[in-house]
Each structure stands twice: as C-alpha cells, then as structure tokens.
Design a protein around this ligand. Sequence first.
Ligand SMILES: CC(C)(COP(=O)(O)OP(=O)(O)OC[C@H]1O[C@@H](n2cnc3c(N)ncnc32)[C@H](O)[C@@H]1OP(=O)(O)O)[C@@H](O)C(=O)NCCC(=O)NCCS
Length: 231
Amino acid sequence: MPICSAASIIVPMHDHDLPPPPLFSLTAARMALDTPWKALNEIERLLLLPLAWLRSQVAGVGWGVGWKFYGLPIIQKHRRSTMQLGARLELRSTARSNPLGAQHPVILSTRRAGARLVIGDDFGMTGGSIVVEQEVVIGQRVTVGANTVIADTDFHPLAPARRRAAPNDGATAAIHIGDDVFIGMNCLILKGVTIGAGSVIGAGSVVTRDVPPGVVAAGSPTKVLRQVIAG
Ligand SMILES: CC(C)(COP(=O)(O)OP(=O)(O)OC[C@H]1O[C@@H](n2cnc3c(N)ncnc32)[C@H](O)[C@@H]1OP(=O)(O)O)[C@@H](O)C(=O)NCCC(=O)NCCS
C-alpha cells in the first residue's frame, strides 16, 4: 500500500509492498532502527488507541475492524446523518505521520440531518477534510493524498441577497468516488463530481467535472491526461 496511508504492525511497510514483518522479528527490529520515526508513530498510535476508541464512540461512529488513527481525527457526525466507515480505515492526523505533513487533523463532517458519508474498506487519508451536506460515497481501497478537501457543498449561496438571508444554504450535489481511486495531495474535489474506478487525480487538482474510470487526470480545472497503464 502507498506511504500516504499504510503502515505495518510496528513500522510501515518497506519499499516493495511486501506484507509487514511479524511484530517481534529481526526484520521489524531492523526497520525500526532504519526508520525510528515510523516506530515512534506506531508507539504513539498504540498509546492513543483508548482515547481514539473513546472519541470515536462519542462521535457516534463506533470502532471498525483494523482502524488505525495516527493522531486524533476530528469527527463531527450530525446525529441524524449517516457516517459509515469501512474496515482498515487509516487516518493520519499528525504532521510527523506522513512526510508531506498533515496541515490539520483529518476532519470528517456530516453537517445536516439526512447527510450520508459512506466510505469503503481500506481507505487512507492524511490531513484534509471530507464535508458532507448531501452525500459522499467512496468505494473500496481509495487513497487520498495529504491535505485534500472533498466537499459536496458550496457552503454559502452565490447571490449576495440570498447569502445574507440564508448564509448556510449553499448549493449541494452528491460526490461519488469509485473503487481504487488515488487522489493526490492538495486537491479540491467539489460538489456533484463522480470519479470513476481506478482513476488517478494529480497533485493540486481542482475537480469540478466528472472523471471517467481508469484515467490519469490533473489540473485546474481537471482534464484527462491519459489512461492508467496496468502493471
Ligand atoms: C498525476 C501524476 C501521477 C502523473 O504522473 P505522470 O504520469 O508521471 O505524468 P507526467 O509527469 O509524465 O506528466 C504528464 C503531463 O501531465 C501534466 N501534469 C502532471 N501532473 C500534473 C498535475 N498535478 N497538475 C497539472 N498537470 C499535471 C504534466 O505537466 C504533463 O503535461 P505535458 O504532457 O503537457 O508536458 C503526477 O504528476 C502527480 O501529480 N503525482 C503526485 C501524486 C501525489 O500527490 N502523491 C501524494 C499522495 S499522499
């Protein structure tokens, strides 16, 4: 799995995507010596586990299989919304847990009654925010790069008179992100967008229109560059 999201039991996976070594093994000890900050990140994660579990319960999302929180995310679930998070969720909320540096803890927020945030298994994210007033549905094995924002709302109306009258009544439209999508760092995924399965969104992109499956797309506004090459 990519560095953006993955870690092994004691230290993150090494370069070739091999399975993590057993906790008490020479390989694990070697990796801890080579990359001590990763070992410290794991120790901090384990020490924070009870608090992370508690905060998650209080937020109303329970605790899922294999969840890993590096630092504490900010989870704001409207009590009459849906926030469904899959197995092996990995959220990196501290600057030292990813060399790109989370600029703030991961924020997951459903702001209205009836809002739906549904995230599949093996989702990873560093810093950044997912803000939902209507619907954000994310598939399986999706990786979101550092400090990316996914928001299905404009927050505020565009016309000044309407903005004064109803400041929090911005336009909303559902966002759908397919399986195996990789979104680069510092992207903005805006309302109403569908990103097709297996696509890659380049760093710093502003995605305002749908992206088909299986392509590399980038820029502001995002344009398709080419097909993703298998293998
Ligand atoms: C999108 C990306 C994966 C494409 O890599 P690539 O296939 O090697 O692409 P190339 O570098 O060959 O660039 C191909 C073209 O796309 C453009 N391009 C690439 N990335 C771009 C980006 N993020 N924004 C705008 N244009 C981009 C290049 O300028 C080039 O245009 P040209 O053909 O007119 O010269 C890569 O550029 C990228 O953004 N990587 C960062 C991923 C990331 O954020 N990782 C952190 C995760 S925590």
